[in-house]
Design a protein around this ligand. Structure first.
Ligand SMILES: C[S@@+](CC[C@H](N)C(=O)[O-])C[C@H]1O[C@@H](n2cnc3c(N)ncnc32)[C@H](O)[C@@H]1O
Length: 391
């Protein structure tokens, strides 16, 4: 497909997403209906769509509207390209620019800071600034307009980082160590080959953000420790902990058993022993209880841009109430002298420090460690507070 034809495809897909359809579903339907498009075309179109969803506010401001056409015009303008060169009406290309579009594109562009603010939900600007401070919030807003890097976690129980880099390189995947976490690699080239590569199939590497890895590395984990991943989902934290301490007794629990469906297979691949518990039957007590709570996901919105536009104040209030409910249940599972690790992938104080302080007040347990990572550290936003139950 020509670059202009890819643009036209992205326009059509964005028009569906703007009408409320989930992007993944629309992309899949589009690919089914356009079998001639190769994997390179599909990946390029997907990037155009996701960039536009992430930068929806600024592209709309630059392109003069909220529809797929205006978003693509805004995208080209943001990249300093001349839209008229691709909107030329050639076969499969977008129709030529209208007079109104030419006028919109000639209007002065808003300043860079205003564009970055337009790409964050307006109602959440003040909470973000309250949480991070005005200067850091401005830097984070700018950073979050770009695509997120792809990170791998090296299964250090099976292979060293250096050997993993060599194994990946042999399959055409270029990865480099990341300072943030001892197990983390950043993929610089060949990311689309990961799911099919031997190192992944053999459980030597897993996809996991470097901030999650950094936090998992700081949790107290004595050999033989009893550990519960209470909100395990796909089991990312349980697997990271198992790689760190193969002798630990790690259990995974989630209210939704379906979320843990792939965990036995992932654990087998990694050579890890993880006991999958039934929902509502978390057992206990445990030396370490990890609560990776449901949250806004605001630290990961570079990867899931639709989520930022979907979040509402009412949903955020529901989430903070749920976090307290989960924390209250988790407290009862911690052994005397044990640790409760509360974590979210949020940047917002209401979901982070405010919740840790609340449960510390409720229990009288001291907060012994806190870590708040933002995309300025290079990975997703991630938060963790550790509370120690008195012996
Ligand atoms: C942020 S996700 C967990 C991600 C996972 N730890 C990982 O690393 O892949 C939050 C999880 O909490 C689960 N959850 C929601 N309410 C819960 C509850 N009351 N008790 C236990 N788990 C719950 C959700 O089903 C979801 O899988």
């Amino acid at each position: 497909m020509t670059p202009a034809a890819r643009l036209q495809a992205a326009i059509e897909i964005l028009d569906f997403t703007q009408a409320g359809a989930p992007a993944e579903q629309v992309l899949t339907n589009w690919a089914r209906a356009h079998r001639f498009a190769g994997s390179g075309d599909r990946a390029a179109i997907r990037d155009l769509v996701y960039d536009a969803l992430r930068c929806r506010g600024s592209f709309a401001a630059l392109g003069g509207g909220a529809g797929g056409r205006a978003l693509m015009l805004g995208a080209l303008r943001a990249r300093g390209e001349d839209p008229a060169a691709l909107f030329d009406g050639a076969r499969h290309a977008p129709a030529p620019l209208t007079e109104a579009e030419v006028a919109a594109l000639a209007a002065p562009a808003p300043p860079a800071e205003a564009l970055a603010r337009a790409d964050w939900p307006a109602w959440l600007l003040a909470p973000l600034e309250d949480s991070l401070g005005a200067a850091a919030a401005a830097a984070v807003l700018a950073q979050m307009r770009a695509r997120a890097p792809v990170f791998l976690r090296v299964n250090l129980a099976q292979i060293s980082r250096t050997a993993a880099i060599a194994a990946l390189a042999a399959e055409g995947i270029e990865a480099v160590p990341v300072a943030l976490a001892g197990s983390a690699l950043e993929v610089r080239a060949g990311a689309r080959k990961i799911a099919g590569c031997a190192a992944y199939r053999d459980g030597l590497v897993e996809l996991q953000d470097a901030a999650s890895q950094a936090v998992a590395e700081t949790l107290p984990l004595a050999p033989g420790a009893r550990v519960l991943d209470y909100c395990a989902g796909g089991g990312g934290k349980a697997l990271a902990l198992a790689a760190r301490a193969p002798a630990a007794q790690i259990s995974a629990h989630d209210i939704d058993a379906g979320r843990m469906r792939d965990l036995p297979e992932r654990a087998a691949r990694a050579g890890a022993r993880i006991k999958v518990l039934r929902p509502g039957q978390p057992g206990g007590p445990y030396d370490l209880v990890v609560v990776d709570a449901p949250c806004s996901g605001s630290g990961t919105w570079r990867r899931t841009p639709e989520a930022k536009w979907r979040l509402t104040p009412a949903r955020l209030a529901e989430l903070t109430a749920l976090q307290r409910e989960i924390l209250t249940a988790a407290v009862a599972l911690v052994a005397p002298g044990g640790t409760l690790a509360y974590m979210t992938c949020s940047l917002l104080r209401a979901e982070n420090d405010a919740q840790a302080d609340w449960i510390a007040q409720e229990t009288g347990w001291p907060v012994v460690a806190r870590r708040a990572l933002s995309p300025l550290e290079g990975a997703d936003g991630f938060y963790c507070a550790q509370l120690r139950r008195p012996a």
